[in-house]
Design a protein around this ligand. Structure first.
Ligand code: NDP
Ligand code: ZN
Length: 351
């Protein structure tokens, strides 16, 4: 079969590989809608996972079931399915402890284009198919559903980690596709005021459509000063971090009220330490917490998130700025994510 792969650090290309084998609990899926992710860019060009040779990229796909193992109960050949980026081993100790995304070791629920070939292929392999795939609901398009693989569950996880409550003032730092879903997630969880931090006009427009009430442009000066000015020096109840770098946490801690929580979903790719400003952290006693997490996977969660689209509570297609048709265009879509023209939020490729 054909796949689009990382050949080595800094190099991608088409490769031929054997079709994966389907174990008794597994499925093979052929993609019908795929989307490249910032994480694919970190993997190939920022050496996020170290060197990989001829590893097929991609972890966001909606597809058609091509094969199922004899123990799979709820899926059959021809079913249309959404497959989340994170595909845990559901019988692991970590999953039993409530952290399925770390099944088999920290971050090891992330398998596609990490420990095994990803979804930019004619066929891809799904472990624990009954637990890791969801039926594509009637009335939800494959291109909307492909945002259920990573952007919605990750952005919403930022709002979960920050434990957003009714009436909270929330600052969302970074409004790429992930941060935009954090804005939407925070609003669905009851935030009153949502201060979105970004710079590109298209992201700012979409952030307002998803419910942002205030915009801070980090290129116009300190994020902290702008947020404190907007809030009459009171600060915010919650911060969701979906962009920026290690130093972003300095501002995040400072703008947080005592008892506030920071939910981080941003990938921190450089440096050894994240610094926490001691005094603003209440000398260690300010009840200001930081939780960072890999998105949760699982069929139940995808089905619940999909019902938000089905019943009109969330429209993820506002994220889709670039549309392609044909598998051969995966390469163009991926390079768009790498070069990040000003108007891009997320590309989608229909096959
Ligand atoms: P984008 O690169 O599209 O968005 C990043 C956002 O951060 C943009 O709004 C950008 O602003 C903003 N930004 C850049 N620099 C700064 C800065 N110094 N201060 C404040 N804001 C800044 O990324 P994605 O939305 O695709 O992904 C966000 C992160 O989430 C990535 O690190 C990705 O790897 C990670 N991720 C994590 C997952 C998880 O499971 N936890 C899963 C998937 C992704 P602008 O462009 O407007 O200038
Ligand atoms: Zn992704």
């Amino acid at each position: 079969m054909k796949g689009f792969a990382m050949k080595r650090i800094g190099e991608t290309g088409w490769i031929e590989k054997e079709k994966p084998k389907c174990g008794p609990l597994d499925a093979l899926v052929s993609p019908i809608a795929i989307s490249p992710c910032s994480s694919d860019i970190h993997t190939v060009w920022k050496s996020a996972l170290g060197d990989r040779h001829d590893m097929i990229l991609g972890h966001e796909a909606v597809g058609v079931v091509a094969e199922v193992g004899e123990l799979v109960k709820d899926f059959k050949v021809g079913d249309k399915v959404v497959v989340p980026a994170i595909t845990p081993d559901w019988n692991s100790i970590e999953a039993q402890g409530g952290y399925s995304m770390h099944s088999g070791g920290m971050l090891s629920g992330w398998k596609f284009s990490n420990f095994k070939d990803g979804v930019f292929a004619e066929y891809f392999h799904v472990n624990d198919a009954d637990g890791n795939m969801a039926h594509l609901p009637d009335g939800v398009s494959p291109e909307a559903a492909v945002m259920l693989c990573d952007m919605i569950p990750t952005g919403f996880h930022g709002a979960e980690l920050a434990e957003v409550e009714y009436g909270d003032t929330v600052c969302v730092i970074g409004i790429g596709p992930v941060g935009l879903m954090s804005v939407a997630g925070a609003c669905l969880k009851g935030a009153s005021r949502v201060i979105a931090v970004g710079s590109r006009p298209d992201c700012i427009r979409v952030a307002k459509e998803y419910g942002a009430t205030d915009i801070v442009n980090y290129r116009n000066g300190s994020i902290l000063e702008q947020v404190m000015h907007l809030t009459d020096n009171k600060g915010v109840d919650r911060v969701i971090v979906a962009g920026g770098d290690n130093d972003t946490f300095i501002d995040a801690i400072r703008m947080l009220k005592p008892g506030g929580k920071i939910g981080n979903v941003n990938y921190l790719g450089e440096g050894d330490y994240v610094k926490i400003p001691r005094l603003d952290w209440g000398n260690g006693m300010g009840h200001k917490s930081i939780s960072g997490g890999l998105m949760p996977g699982g069929r139940r969660r995808v089905e619940k998130l999909a019902s938000l689209i089905k019943y009109g509570k969330l429209d993820p297609t506002k994220l889709l700025t670039h549309h392609f048709e044909g598998f051969e265009n995966v390469e163009k879509a991926l390079l768009l994510m790498k070069d990040k023209p000003k108007d891009i939020i997320k590309p989608v490729v229909l096959i």
